[in-house]
Design a protein around this ligand. Sequence first.
Ligand code: FDA
Length: 292
Amino acid sequence: MLRQALLAVSKSQRAERVISTSPLTRDVVRRYVADDVGAVIGELTRRGLLVTVDHLGEEVTDREQAGQAVREYLRLLELLPAGADVSVKLTALGLRLSEHLALGNAAAICRAAAAAGITVTLDAEEHDTIAGLHAVHTELRGDHPDVGVVVQAYLPEALERCEKLGGARVRLCKGAYTAPVAYTSPADIDRSFVRCLKVLMAGTAYPMVATHDPRLLRIASTLAVLEGRDVTGFEYQMLYGVRPAEQARLAGLGAQMRVYVPYGSDWYAYLMRRLAERPRNLAFFLRSLVSR
Ligand code: FDA
């Protein structure tokens, strides 16, 4: 219930105006969103962590905004070290306006990224954008075989998606939005996650295991061993600000650990999804509002 309510609030422009203009929200935002992205990337890299960087923004409604997002990514690519990844939301690149527009914009980012030795991964968003996401991903792979895509385990179609993504970089996560067809019970989502993991680990995809869930992390490392994958054959991914000690521990063991670092002023919907993931976060957020 609370999760659904927060996800509904994440789409409310009125709530966005109230919450995002409050100076009191700043500390909570800083936990999940990089204030100084260059400094954060430098620090994570120094500590042996890999990064994927997301310029925040989504659901753009005109071509100019989509063009601005592309220009921001081109600037970002100049900042990043080779081996980094950028995470891109197709609705920020105009997917709601046209698939063709989003494809052209994503291709421009992929070309610049390839020249800099950086990979691109396409985030998965609301359920009604998933068909477009996979259509664009398939097209992009023609010229950019290493472009990655996110699969959300809460969708019953996730397993079939994974089966079709042989050879691709696939980031597997539980799913952070709402979808009429999605599994809602944590046990069903976890079971779907494990079914997908088994297919990815056994196949030719490059699995990017995007979870903070200790049980799923253990299952992933066991499956990797069983399938004969060494540490370069898959990677763990976690969000900036979530379980940083576990991120450091996995990197310390020699695993490839990539941190998803979001930055930019358009953080509202992203923050609301993080609060929705964990009711305890909401209490933390509300406390920060009243304790000033
Ligand atoms: P779960 O929510 O069960 O959390 C397990 C544990 O992790 C919790 O008990 C808690 O300790 C900690 N934790 C998790 N979330 C937390 C939070 N917000 N704050 C504090 N602690 C928290 N989703 C999507 O729909 N499309 C996408 O493209 C992506 N991309 C993506 C990239 C990466 C790198 C990650 C790690 C995640 C995503 N997600 C996503 C989000 C994903 O779908 C999911 O909502 C979150 O990862 C939370 O799910 P967990 O698997 O961590 O499990």
